[in-house]
Design a binder for this molecule. Structure first.
Ligand SMILES: [Zn+2]
Length: 241
């Protein structure tokens, strides 16, 4: 009896093992298909996603098209790494945000982090300070009640050698009008001026006629992917600065 039962046991085991192995190979056909997909075109898939996402050419329906980037700044306006909490063309407070909101990067949440007031602000590129404002405090009603009231904010406005302007808003200037600044030079500190939800730079670029243009910064999220705003900071800034 013992030898038989051992034999039976041994006989039964191999079939189970043999049966289970082919099952694993045959059943998950999706695994094979998926592996082939990845092998075929990992780069092409990435390119398609970028095009679709950035220019709404068939990508995520959650992302609208937006103004193409026309300039890349060589420097970071805040101590790095920085994070774009609100991109150019994001609609907020009932109007289109023709600027980018720059703050700290929180690696724990993979989002922005409100920048402490008093954080140094650096010129993202060199130029001449053509205007600046100081002495403006926070909006009395606070955010978001202050939205739409064109509350004045402090800022530094710099004209580059190409004639384009860069304005850094919610910033107390540490440089005077007429001064030339180099990229990376401190131009001010973040402050609580104007209508804003939390500390950050509302950074805007315009052509010589004052028309806002889109741009790119060396931040963790330099361009929109699947969202235009993470909601960490927000503001409402007059468009005529
Ligand atoms: Zn802003």
């Amino acid at each position: 009896m013992l030898p038989r039962s051992r034999e039976d046991h041994l006989r039964q085991r191999p079939p189970r093992t043999q049966n289970s192995r082919p099952r694993d190979r045959r059943d998950p056909t999706s695994l094979d298909g998926g592996a082939e997909l990845f092998r075929l075109a990992p780069i092409h898939i990435g390119l398609l996603e970028i095009r679709g996402t950035f220019f709404s050419g068939g990508g995520s329906p959650r992302v609208a098209s937006y103004t193409p980037v026309q300039h890349t700044y060589p420097g970071n306006p805040l101590p790095p790494p920085c994070w774009i909490s609100q991109f150019f063309d994001h609609v907020t407070n009932g109007k289109t945000h023709r600027a980018q909101d720059v703050d700290y990067y929180n690696s724990n949440t993979n989002k922005g982090l409100a920048t402490p007031y008093g954080t140094p602000v650096y010129a993202a590129e060199g130029g001449t300070v053509v205007a600046e404002a100081s002495g403006n405090g926070p909006a009395a009603q606070g955010y978001p009640a202050c939205a739409g009231q064109n509350m004045p904010a402090n800022y530094v406005k710099i004209q580059g050698s190409d004639g384009y302007y860069t304005v850094y808003v919610h910033v107390t200037p540490t440089v005077a009008t007429g001064v030339h600044v180099n990229q990376g030079q401190q131009i001010g500190v973040t402050d609580n001026s104007g209508c804003q939800l939390g500390g950050h730079i509302h950074m805007r670029r315009t052509d010589p006629s004052g028309t806002p243009v889109n741009f790119k910064l060396p931040c963790v999220n330099p361009l929109p992917t699947n969202n235009f705003a993470d909601g960490v900071v927000d503001d409402d800034v007059p468009d005529n600065i």
